[in-house]
Design a protein around this ligand. Structure first.
Ligand code: IFM
Length: 448
């Protein structure tokens, strides 16, 4: 099994990085070990009906204890880089307090990657806000942005330039809009205006942390990871095109626009004044500092139509979907990357920091996982990245989501995104066919 990638594809260049990604809460388990305190996701998991089957952060992949074997697995896959996140509740058990055991765990992990010749790419916040900060208002409280900057200082002071790429946040869209408006992510509120306040404080936190991180690790690259779900109009009626543009304001531009222009999307708060957060003088300049790179997380697209001024999603019933119900539409990745390149002249170099699909995967009697759909998904999306590069987009690498099956948030353990299958009972890992193809591609490009 292998991916078909044209011999002249730009993704075959020697300095295009190949990696896999995970996040702390999704893989670590051991939620009460070595002084880790609760995060908002521990609380959310305890609330009836929030997470499918009542699943929670245990056992996940027991990576907290199996990390060495997982690093060996990464080495065996031959990846250039590994994208992981650090759990704030392991590092700071209370405001102003530092947990040496938490820091030591991540230091061992980073050193283990470096020993194996794998570049550490680290995200400081992948959704696991300490619960003690939620009790003071969470991302609705401006002080949380300052607390994040302190946490960033503690972590980057310790790990510094061992980490090649530091990202402040993963998908602040999800923290703000899914956490405070739609309510399907922790902390689970359904207050539209709160999402904009949370979004502003997340961006502010990024802006406060960035200069601290640069000072402590001047030789590292510093940036942020955003997710994008571009909308396509269901027809070429002007009203449907306008509906797609409306959806893109939030699902494509809400974070990248202030980061790169210092302003929220034009006219939005004039149309919706009740949604405007409190913005202090100087906030937008902090938010719009230069990033060395940006991460793009991409999974699917939306198709929308206008319904009397409202935007309505149009299910693509005859299209291919993944097990989680998301449409497979790789062209949207090329279109998105080209659009970002054309819209934002100061766009920094990009990495695909997440891309992948959930499958209904099973270990079969031959001891293998035959995930043909995922294999095709990766092949088509890798080629979509190559197409964008051929059209001038500065892309530096690709991270598959995910190294291994893990806790998929509100879907619990029901959705498997891994290149590696995890048996949650035995914690045995089995590289799926897609994982073997990814390994073969990297080995081929690296001439191994
Ligand atoms: O599992 C998540 C990840 O934590 C963030 N990006 C999307 C993935 C799939 O839903």
């Amino acid at each position: 099994m292998s991916f078909k990638i044209p011999a002249n594809s730009p993704i075959r260049t020697a300095d295009f990085l190949y990696g896999v990604a995970t996040a702390a809460f999704q893989i670590e388990g051991d939620i009460h070990t070595d002084g880790r305190v609760d995060s908002i996701w521990d609380t959310f998991c305890r609330e009836p009906g929030r997470v499918l089957n009542g699943d929670n952060g245990e056992p996940a992949c027991q990576h907290y204890r199996l990390w060495e074997q997982d690093l060996d697995l990464l080495q065996d896959l031959g990846v250039d880089a590994y994208r992981l996140s650090i759990a704030w509740p392991r590092i700071m058990p209370a405001s102003g307090e530092v947990n040496e055991l938490g820091l030591a765990f991540y230091e061992r992990l980073i050193d283990g990657l470096i020993d194996r010749g794998i570049k550490p790419v680290v995200t400081l916040y992948h959704w696991d806000l300490p619960q003690y900060l939620e009790e003071k208002g969470g991302w609705l409280n401006r002080e949380t942005a300052y607390a994040f900057a302190q946490y960033a200082e503690v972590v980057v002071a310790r790990l510094g330039e061992k980490v090649t790429h530091w990202a402040t946040f993963n998908e602040p869209f999800c923290s703000a809009f899914l956490g405070y408006h739609i309510g399907v992510h922790a902390p689970g509120y359904q207050e539209e205006a709160w999402a904009y306040t949370a979004a502003h404080h997340l961006l502010l936190a990024h802006g406060l942390a960035l200069p601290i991180m640069r000072r402590l690790a001047p030789g590292s690259q510093h940036g942020i990871v955003l997710n994008f779900t571009p909308a396509y109009p269901a027809t070429d009626r002007p009203a449907d095109i306008a509906a797609a543009d409306r959806a893109d304001i939030i699902d494509v531009h809400w974070f990248i626009c202030p980061l790169l222009t210092g302003e929220y999307p034009a006219g939005y708060f004039t149309r919706y004044p009740a949604l405007k957060p409190v913005i202090f003088p100087g906030d937008m300049a902090l938010i719009a500092q230069k990033n060395d790179f940006m991460g793009v997380n991409f999974y699917t697209r939306h198709v929308v139509k206008d319904n009397n001024g409202d935007t309505e999603f149009v299910p693509q019933t005859s299209a291919e979907h993944t097990h989680i119900g998301w449409e497979v539409y790789p062209q949207a990745l090329t279109d998105l990357l080209v659009k970002l390149h054309q819209t934002y002249p100061n766009l920094p170099p990009l990495y695909i920091t997440e891309n992948g699909m959930a499958g209904d995967d099973h270990l079969t009697a031959d001891g293998q996982v035959h995930d043909e759909q995922r294999l095709r998904y990766y092949e088509r999306h890798l080629n979509a990245v190559g197409d964008a590069m051929s059209q001038g987009v500065d892309m530096r690498g690709y991270f598959a989501w995910s190294l291994m099956d893990n806790f998929e948030w509100a879907f619990g353990y029901s959705q498997r995104f891994g290149l590696v299958y995890v048996d949650y009972e035995t914690q045995e890992r089995t590289v799926k066919q897609s994982g073997l193809a990814y390994k073969a591609l990297i080995n081929e490009i690296r001439g191994r």
